[in-house]
Design a binder for this molecule. Structure first.
Ligand code: BMA
Length: 310
């Protein structure tokens, strides 16, 4: 199957828009996603008219329609206790931690110090235990794996080092202290579609053949940055091993709502839910609305099997 045929856009995209939000908002985009109490739950990044973001819950029985949006913010910045949240909370990724029996929400805390990866734990998406920042700025596009490897949790993230944006992996015994940092998926440079920067998209998805990684790749063009989507497969027992990486992008801006908005030409996946063999990918479109695309997991894996190693 051709890589660009793997994902199908939902016909009623975008599924969430600022115009239909229960309170004033400039844009709603880049949501974390989880299965929760038999429904699909999104923690949506909501940008207010100051330009600052917070996170708000939206729930749907089928993950497509009938979204119930919370009338107030679910996780709002708390800059008194957490000064790194001065300019808001952005781009959450959600992972259910099997051992903790809680969801980890990894988000970007934004302040004058730069974007920082922060972590909160929750059982019910109503009350949160904030653990605060876990990596120094500039770092974003982060998510945890659902379980430990050799006794340690693993986090994927994207620090900016010497102006370069590669995807890294780091390990922690306690979710607070991280080490053994290494580059996992580098930006490919040169003429590649993911030349300028790469960053994790959704939380890692466990499959029978390893961890499915959905990532975004950025190309700088004369008209601005293009944000497209690629895939990789990591070893199930050792997520530092990249088994396959798609040479081509498998999804990118095409529909009008991906080209019209605050940042045209952006498809930015941040959440996924696997229901049977259907992978539902939730993504920010043009930094303006939330959209959905679906793919068959077997198709994704058979495509990746033909891709070279990382
Ligand atoms: C990235 C992040 C995302 C945003 C994307 C496209 O660097 O800041 O929040 O969606 O750029 O503008």
């Amino acid at each position: 199957m051709n890589g660009l045929d793997l994902f199908k856009r939902y016909e009623d995209n975008p599924i969430l828009r600022a115009e239909e939000w229960p309170y004033p908002a400039n844009a709603v985009f880049n949501p974390g996603a989880a299965s929760f109490q038999g429904e699909t739950l999104l923690l949506v990044r909501v940008e207010d008219h100051r330009g600052f973001s917070h996170l708000t819950r939206a729930r749907s029985p089928d993950g497509r329609s009938s979204w119930q949006v919370s009338p107030q913010p679910t996780l709002a910045p708390d800059p008194i206790q957490f000064p790194e949240e001065e300019w808001g909370l952005e781009d959450p990724r959600i992972t259910y931690l099997e051992e903790e029996k809680r969801y980890a929400v990894v988000y970007v805390a934004y302040s004058r110090s730069g974007p920082m990866v922060s972590l909160a734990l929750t059982e019910d998406f109503q009350t949160f235990e904030r653990l605060g920042g876990v990596f120094p700025p500039e770092d974003k596009d982060a998510a945890l794996f659902p379980r430990r490897f050799g006794g340690r949790y693993a986090m994927i993230h994207r620090p900016i080092v010497r102006g370069e944006g590669h995807i890294w992996i780091s390990f922690s015994p306690d979710l607070r202290h991280f080490g053994d940092h290494e580059v996992l998926l580098p930006a490919r440079g040169g003429g590649w579609w993911d030349s300028a920067k790469v960053g994790l998209g959704t939380q890692p998805i466990e499959t029978s053949e390893g961890w499915l990684i959905v990532y975004h790749g950025v190309r700088a063009t004369a008209a601005g940055a293009l944000y497209r989507v690629g895939l990789a497969l990591l070893d199930g027992d050792d997520p530092r091993r990249v088994l396959h990486r798609s040479p081509e992008w498998v999804f990118g801006p095409h529909a009008p709502y991906e080209w019209m908005g605050d940042v045209p030409g952006v498809t930015f996946p941040t959440g996924a839910v696997l229901v049977g063999k259907e992978l539902r990918l939730y993504y920010g479109a043009a930094d303006t609305s939330v959209a959905l695309a679906t793919a068959d997991l077997d198709d994704l894996l058979s495509y990746l099997r033909e891709c070279p190693g990382g």
